[in-house]
Ligand binder design. Structure first.
Ligand SMILES: NC(=O)C1=CN([C@@H]2O[C@H](COP(=O)(O)OP(=O)(O)OC[C@H]3O[C@@H](n4cnc5c(N)ncnc54)[C@H](OP(=O)(O)O)[C@@H]3O)[C@@H](O)[C@H]2O)C=CC1
Ligand SMILES: O=C1CO[C@H](CO)[C@@H](O)[C@@H]1O
Length: 385
């Protein structure tokens, strides 16, 4: 028996499109009890949201998110609008008893994230944050290998997340499309926008981060505001590097920048353990690299003339999510990570085992982001509880 789940989506931008695509696809590829219904979408610009609703097949639209949340025919609110809107929308949705799927970063800061987590837990509503890279099959496989003990005791975690789209000094800041350069809307620069993804993945693979020491830089100090045309100081971190200590005793380095010429969405991590290592690069998204020194099943240690890194092409039915898509060897892409995430959320409703990351998981990522920014400001190590 299938159950309809009426979705109310906020935002028609980049994420509005990936989420709409996921709602349309998920029931076609995954066997699920809950079937999303594209009930209503919402944004302030009526012309644009109307066109979006027609294009993606949403049944109706609203121009005020409060009205969307108040509707009796909506079961779940999906927040795909800029970071400074997440808090108010999530609190109102929880208060109205709606399930919530919220974009990352969960909030502008830890205080907001704590209140949002408390609100969904008090209301008892299902909740998830769209940290979609966990659902790249190669990254999910890395998680599986680590949990199977295949890399043994972890020593090092190394993450980079690089882009290059803000190098030119005449890129304006603020306004409808460049809100990522305005800390009042984004909360921070690369730390909340890009490193939040790296931190989410790192905590998932390697456990809690207990302390950080960071440095940030703002290379272009003033930019023209997109709406007013006035030159204003730049309020965000353009680049951020930090050292981390993990609860399991391993050490981490994280680097992110929007000034890495040639890098468009370069998201990598490597984890080195006593018995093996894993490496992933989003520019080569079907591949998980794995170095095996000791096999946990046989106990055999390997270091001979055939020893080397394996490039596992993560496209077989045995690999995470892949039995739901095409035949072995046929690849999937960026948009599928959102469909995979949504299928996990819907499966969680069915089984009662909540899909991760929940708001509580994302709160932990927010704590690391805030600690990183504080450490960079104060030039000291910061502990995270
Ligand atoms: N998981 C991931 O990998 C990614 C996550 N994100 C996250 O998703 C969120 C949205 O980013 P993105 O899609 O790129 O942003 P866009 O700028 O592309 O779109 C933002 C949308 O939000 C709408 N919006 C803004 N303010 C309001 C409001 N007050 N009420 C209703 N709608 C509003 C805008 O429409 P209008 O102005 O007409 O109201 C627009 O449709 C961010 O939190 C971002 O960090 C983004 C990219 C990737
Ligand atoms: O994953 C992502 C890709 O880059 C975007 C910025 O350009 C981020 O906002 C986003 O989270």
């Amino acid at each position: 028996m299938t159950k309809p789940l009426n979705i109310g989506l906020i935002g028609y931008g980049f994420m509005g499109r990936t989420h709409s695509n996921a709602y349309r696809q998920v029931s076609k590829f995954f066997d699920l009890e809950y079937q999303p219904v594209l009930k209503a979408c919402c944004a302030r610009n009526e012309e644009k949201i109307k066109e979006f609703a027609e294009n993606w097949g949403w049944e109706s639209y609203e121009t005020d998110w409060r009205k969307l949340i108040a509707r009796d025919d909506i079961d779940a609110i999906d927040i795909g609008s800029p970071n400074n809107t997440h808090y108010e929308m999530a609190l109102a949705a929880a208060e109205a008893g709606k399930m919530i799927l919220c974009e990352k970063p969960l909030a502008m800061d830890v205080a907001q994230a704590e209140a949002m987590t408390a609100a969904v837990e008090k209301a008892g509503v299902a909740n998830m944050v769209w940290y979609n890279y966990r659902r790249v099959p190669a990254i999910t496989l890395a998680h599986q290998l680590v949990k199977e003990g295949r890399i043994g005791r972890p020593f090092h975690y190394r993450a980079t997340y690089l882009q290059d789209w803000t190098i030119a000094e005449d890129v304006p800041q603020g306004g409808a499309t460049l809100w990522r350069l305005d800390a009042a809307v984004a909360g921070s620069g690369v730390t909340g926008d890009l490193l939040a993804h790296s931190i989410d993945t790192a905590i998932w693979l390697n456990g809690p981060i207990t302390s950080v020491s960071a440095a940030t830089e703002t290379f272009v100090k003033e930019r023209m505001h997109q709406d007013t045309g006035e030159m204003q100081p730049v309020s965000i971190d353009d680049a951020c590097m930090f050292l981390a200590r993990f609860e399991n005793g391993s050490m981490g380095t994280f680097e992110s920048s929007r000034y890495a010429r040639g890098r468009k969405n370069y998201n990598t991590f490597e984890m080195n353990g006593e018995d093996g290592s894993v490496f992933f690069d989003l520019e080569d998204p079907q591949i998980l690299q794995f170095f095996e020194y000791a096999n946990p099943t046989t106990g055999k240690k390997v270091e001979d003339h055939l020893t080397g890194w394996r490039r596992i092409h993560v496209t077989n039915f045995e690999h995470p999510y892949m039995d739901r898509w095409w035949v072995p060897g046929c690849t999937i892409g960026y948009e599928h990570t959102f469909t995979n995430a949504l299928s996990d959320f819907l499966k969680g409703l069915e089984t009662g085992e909540p899909a991760q990351p929940t708001f509580r998981d994302a709160l932990q990522t927010q704590k690391v982001c805030d600690a990183v920014l504080e450490s960079a400001r104060e030039r000291i190590w910061i502990d995270i509880n």
